[in-house]
Design a protein around this ligand. Sequence first.
Ligand SMILES: [Zn+2]
Length: 203
Amino acid sequence: MRIILLGAPGAGKGTAAVKIAAKYGAAHISTGDLLRKNIKEGTELGKKAKEFVDNGHLVPDELVIALVKDSVGKIESFLFDGFPRTTEQAKAVDTFTAIDKVINLQIDEALLMSRITGRRICKDCAAVYHVDLLNGKDKCSLCGGKLCQRADDNEATVKSRLDVYKKQTAPLIDYYKQQNKLIDIDAGREAAAVFADVEKILG
Ligand SMILES: [Zn+2]
């Protein structure tokens, strides 16, 4: 299976991707991981990417696509997590592989906002909590560490990330709709319910 997972930041893409990869044996491909791996291993593409990263620049589209193309290679079964982000990238993907299905994790914006701004992370073990379920506690129930809010998890930052996502992804959603590959899933529910829907789609 060749799957793309779409969804706004905080919609639960990462969690779903890990479960899909485990159950269906699909290679989980995220561009962030790919970049880190290639830079660490000093591959030709990794060396090129490193120059941009070291200079504080974004790695250009062409290079990201080359990395993805290279990693897909002869793999039969894979899952793209957070890629492609733009229609241009989607068109490039269509030149080197045939995507079967695009799963779009949809979530209400107000719910997403509350999920992210209410998130509290243990600074020692990175366990994740939601402020609504803590009843005023500020310590991790696993290790006793202090619970903190990430600097990025504030309303203004989340709003601007969502705006960027919507602007970039709306055309991408149309692109895959026209190819009859897009399947929407309501991601505003518990992870288990979301994954049950994914299983129905993937069989
Ligand atoms: Zn902890």
